[in-house]
Design a protein. Sequence first.
Length: 82
Amino acid sequence: MSRRLREGCRRQVRWGRGCSRVQVTLDTVDQILSDPRTVLRIRLEPGDLLWLDNTVVLHGRTAFDDPPSPHARRCLARVWVD
């Protein structure tokens, strides 16, 4: 299981009885989410917009280093739509 997932789990779950079942379940989820067959990677270029519905898509992003120029930095905006 990834370190990040394990740390989050420890904060959320009281470890004790049934802990091994939780561990197995989380390991399985981590394995599925790490499988290249279940991951869609989309490379965004300057000016691209990616619109997701968080209720149906589990998403993440890879690391990003902003360029040194303040005018070249990325712009992230969140919008909640009902």
